[in-house]
Design a protein around this ligand. Structure first.
Ligand code: ZN
Length: 337
């Protein structure tokens, strides 16, 4: 069959060069994200397809050899390398979580797709079985590297109206009274409230917008306030309980509205942030069987946050996740010291 030359991918087999190679397009464009698992599997069935995708993500405006400036290059298939006419070999995965790993790119891509599109996520054990990986540790490490990279650099702070609270989450001893203290971890959550009017009933309704979750060492102002100033735009309405650590928020430029707990209205008090905590806890217990330790919790919180904030944009989330994973190795992940 003749090599097909599409407007977008323009892949041409080069005869006579050792190893299968493909000339790379001058300017690349991402195809629409896969709409379902069948589409995904068809599109990313081979290492070659994954390499070409990585190339597009890394060089959206076209390849330029970092060593000689040449704008031509081709893929050394199966080697995760681009070669320029002067013989320079540029790694497709350097600086990413996929660099120097033995796992196939197909496996990494499956992890990205499943993690961003499956509502409850999945466990390392499920991933190991589905991908046919021989070792549990391999599956765990792949997923964990992904989670650590899932923080969007320079993401826009929450704004408008926000509920903030903290709660003890996770730990392998969940549900075993008397032994939980040392493994549970304190997490602070901020959730945006979006108010809208129902056209039929003309009643105002509230839904949750985006969330931020961070593991903190304690509930002191020194732990909680920096999370708020980094996650929430100044001037926002901030609802918290009456915990003294939140006492400086007004001075920090927020419209702080503290509600003192202990009244009969407790049940309805800050329902959105409590719903997030309930969901996070259920997810850790259900999908991950409560096996998440405090040491790894922030990475799981990253995964939850990433998926939650993109729950209406599943397809683009896959592109975004791979984009982050390609670009953000070593990106500082907020975590407890
Ligand atoms: Zn070069």
């Amino acid at each position: 069959m003749a090599a097909s030359v599409g407007a977008n991918t323009a892949v041409v087999e080069r005869a006579g060069v050792s190893g299968a190679t493909a000339v790379l397009p001058r300017v690349s464009r991402l195809d629409p994200p896969p709409r379902n698992l069948i589409e995904f599997s068809r599109r990313f069935a081979s290492e070659k397809a994954c390499e070409e995708y990585l190339f597009i993500v890394r060089y959206p405006t076209g390849f330029i050899c970092p060593k000689c400036g040449n704008e031509r290059g081709w893929l050394l298939q199966g080697k995760r390398l681009i070669e320029c006419p002067n013989g320079h070999k540029i790694s497709l995965t350097s600086g990413t979580v996929m660099h120097r790993t033995k796992q196939e790119l197909v496996t990494w891509f499956h992890a990205a797709y499943l993690m961003t599109t499956l509502t409850p996520g999945f466990s390392a054990l499920q991933f190991q079985r589905q991908m046919g990986l021989s070792r549990y540790e391999t599956a765990f490490n792949m997923l964990h590297k992904f989670r650590a990279a899932l923080v969007v650099p320079g993401r826009e702070p929450l704004h408008g109206e926000v509920e903030i609270d903290e709660a003890y989450v996770g730990g392998v001893e969940e549900g075993r009274p008397g032994r939980g203290g040392e493994t549970k971890a304190l997490v602070v959550c901020a959730v945006e409230l979006v108010r809208w009017t129902d056209k039929k009933s003309r009643r105002e309704r509230v839904r949750t917008g985006r969330v931020r979750l961070r593991l903190v060492p304690d509930a002191s102002a020194a732990s909680l306030v920096p999370f708020i100033t980094e996650s929430v735009k100044g001037g926002a309405i901030v609802h918290t309980d009456g915990w003294p650590s939140y006492g400086t928020l007004r001075a920090k430029g927020y419209d702080h509205r503290a509600v003192v707990q202990g009244t009969g209205k407790d049940a309805q008090y800050m329902p959105h942030v409590h719903k997030i905590f309930a969901n996070v806890k259920r997810w850790l217990l259900g999908t991950h069987h409560g096996r998440v330790t405090a040491q790894h919790l922030q990475a799981y919180l990253n995964e939850y946050t990433f998926r939650f904030n993109r729950r209406f944009w599943r397809g683009p989330a896959f592109h975004r996740a791979l984009g982050l994973i390609v670009q953000t190795e070593g990106h500082p992940t907020p975590s407890a010291p």
